[in-house]
Design a protein around this ligand. Structure first.
Ligand SMILES: Cc1cc2nc3c(=O)[nH]c(=O)nc-3n(C[C@H](O)[C@H](O)[C@H](O)COP(=O)(O)O)c2cc1C
Length: 214
């Protein structure tokens, strides 16, 4: 007989997280958890769900990849994409990481700002040539007539840059830094006694950690 959905339970026994083991800085704590997800060889350890809001205040979420932690979370995208347009209107975001194998979740609320062009140039230069060409070829989030159109456009740029060793960064492509306003770490525990720790800044702008009921 098939298992009833309500009978499916994972025992959250992977590991505990004590208040005293938390880094005083949430970005350092995120870095540790991302590194542990990488070491644990989970799928897409750097994948994060990024939510923006549209002009009506309706949330919109998609996955992007974390590419660095430097005073915030760094990701790269097309500035003219839907998310890019939404961020230009409203820089408030939320980010979620979920690593099922580690029974861990991170929830973050923060503000996104564009990286300086020079920083985006450095990262763009480090990408494989195919990805660089893809960034030129794809008007991300626009309606296009067909996938063949996209392939044609890709080969247009293959030709255009044939003699170019270092493909320049498209002006409409680059990075964002998400500066956290609050961050919550969730660790699954047996008996649904999950651990939640929430970092938020106090009046003196120092990070304060609260323990939350699961
Ligand atoms: C695993 C995964 C990783 C992705 N990484 C990125 C990324 O780093 N940057 C990006 O622009 N889109 C990435 N995407 C695609 C986005 O989810 C999304 O389709 C795209 O950015 C367009 O979103 P928008 O129309 O809301 O702007 C990724 C998708 C998946 C499933």
């Amino acid at each position: 007989m098939e298992k009833k959905l309500s009978d499916i339970r994972t025992d959250f026994i992977k590991g505990g997280l004590e208040r005293d083991d938390l880094s005083p800085d949430p970005l350092t704590q995120i870095q540790q958890w991302v590194e542990q997800a990488v070491s644990a060889r989970v799928d897409e350890p750097t994948a994060m769900l990024l939510s923006t809001v549209d002009q009506q205040g309706i949330p919109d979420a998609r996955v992007v990849l974390l590419k660095g932690i430097e005073d915030g979370l760094i990701f790269y995208t097309n500035y003219e994409s839907v998310k890019g347009q939404q961020l230009a209107q409203n820089a408030n975001v939320s980010v979620v990481f979920f690593w099922p194998q580690l029974e861990r979740q991170i929830r973050l609320r923060g503000v996104a700002e564009k990286l300086l062009p020079a920083a985006s140039d450095v990262y763009f230069a480090s990408r494989p040539r195919e990805s660089q060409l893809g960034a030129w070829a794809s008007p991300q989030s626009s309606s296009i007539e067909s996938y063949e159109w996209l392939e044609k456009n890709y080969f247009f740029y293959v030709d255009r840059f044939q003699q170019t060793d270092a493909i320049p960064r498209p002006p409409y492509w680059g990075g964002y830094r998400v500066t956290p306003l609050s961050v919550e770490f969730w660790q699954g525990r047996p008996g649904r006694m999950h651990q939640r720790y929430r970092y938020a800044r106090n009046e003196a702008e120092a990070w304060q950690i609260n323990v939350l009921a699961p």
